[in-house]
Design a binder for this molecule. Structure first.
Ligand SMILES: NC(=O)c1ccc[n+]([C@@H]2O[C@H](COP(=O)([O-])OP(=O)(O)OC[C@H]3O[C@@H](n4cnc5c(N)ncnc54)[C@H](O)[C@@H]3O)[C@@H](O)[C@H]2O)c1
Length: 316
């Protein structure tokens, strides 16, 4: 593809939580999206999820003229061959497993011309690892959407050492057309930017509970009632500027030696996993998850995310 070519045809591989909604993001941008999953049942669920998300945007006053045809632009396909036929870009959102992804790209490369781009929604695997068996790694990069992708604008774009400038330009243009905010990760690194920050916070949060400083509820309350609110508008580095860098330097000197720096998941977390307390999927994680609590938590979260999108739309 050339740098000024516009993407109109997308193949979406993986119709789970992320794939179904990323398909909607591209369909709302006017693309024809062919979606494929090894689990046929997933396709039906994906269409239902995409419809629900579109309804949510409309009810939240965030629909756009192109939305009326968006669902009709998503077509479920029964085979990988059918899904990638005619695609200009193949977007992968299958399970987070290196071997599965590497094997899938090999199959895709056998079916697609070298000009067809391939992106992965991996949460943190590095592009050089994922593209290690590709014949044309210059066409590959990570585009990491955040959940739920129809409500969160950020996409981390992570090129590998061999990704071409043209491929990057085309993908940036596509994401912007879809109303998303691509941020370039300048050097590939495990976890990219967002998940490194998120997991640094989680490690310390669990360490505080494990060492008896606070309960799970208290740690979550401290974040959501304080700097969690601020972070949505002022990032951590601007926060340091606003607080005064001399103060932040002094606190860093006192605090860093005391922060947890373990390299293994905390026992508090692994114990829950061993007991099959995985969160809403098993009805219990750190919190109990009866269905009403889950729907209330998601409604609350999505309500705030919709507010952000409305504010941004008014500013434009
Ligand atoms: N869930 C999140 O919050 C989140 C956020 C950002 C990124 N991600 C990443 O996105 C990707 C997908 O995550 P998810 O949460 O949608 O997972 P999911 O389990 O909901 O969906 C994955 C889907 O991939 C399908 N699949 C597996 N192997 C396949 C193959 N070879 N070909 C076609 N389909 C195949 C499965 O049947 C399943 O429907 C992962 O790489 C994950 O790390 C997830």
């Amino acid at each position: 593809m050339k740098a000024d070519d516009e993407i109109r045809r997308v193949a979406m591989l993986g119709a789970g939580l992320m794939g179904s909604l990323i398909a909607l993001v591209y369909a709302r941008a006017g693309c024809e999206v062919a979606i494929y999953d090894i689990d046929e049942g997933a396709l039906e669920q994906a269409m239902a999820r995409a419809k629900q998300a579109l309804d949510q945007l409309r009810e939240g006053g965030l629909d756009a003229p192109e939305d009326s045809g968006a669902l009709a632009r998503i077509a479920g396909k029964q085979s990988l061959e059918e899904a990638v036929a005619g695609a200009q870009i193949v977007v992968e959102a299958v399970v987070e497993d290196v071997a599965t992804k590497v094997d899938l790209y090999k199959k895709v490369e056998a079916l697609c011309a070298p000009a067809v781009l391939i992106t992965s929604n991996t949460s943190g695997l590095q592009p050089s690892v994922l593209s290690r068996r590709m014949a044309h790694p210059e066409r590959f990069m990570v585009t990491h959407f955040w959940s739920p992708p129809h409500l969160i604008p950020l996409v981390e774009v992570v090129p590998g050492p061999k990704t071409s400038r043209t491929a990057l330009d085309i993908v940036f243009a596509l994401l912007k057309r879809a109303g998303h905010r691509p941020v370039l990760v300048r050097r590939e690194v495990a976890g990219f930017i967002g998940n490194r920050l998120q997991y640094a916070l989680l490690r310390e949060a669990l360490a505080l509970v494990q060492s008896g400083v606070a309960t799970v509820e208290e740690v979550d309350d401290v974040v959501t009632s304080s700097f969690g609110r601020r972070l949505a508008t002022v990032g951590p580095i601007m926060t340091a500027d606003l607080g005064g860098l001399h103060t932040f330097a002094a606190i860093s000197r006192q605090l860093f030696p005391d922060l947890t720096s373990g390299t293994r998941p905390l026992q508090l977390l692994t114990e829950r996993v061993e007991q099959n307390q995985l969160g809403p999927s098993t009805g219990q994680g750190f919190y109990p998850w009866p269905p009403q609590r889950l729907s209330a938590a998601i409604a609350e979260r999505d309500g705030v995310l919709l507010d952000f999108l409305r504010r941004e739309r008014h500013k434009r």
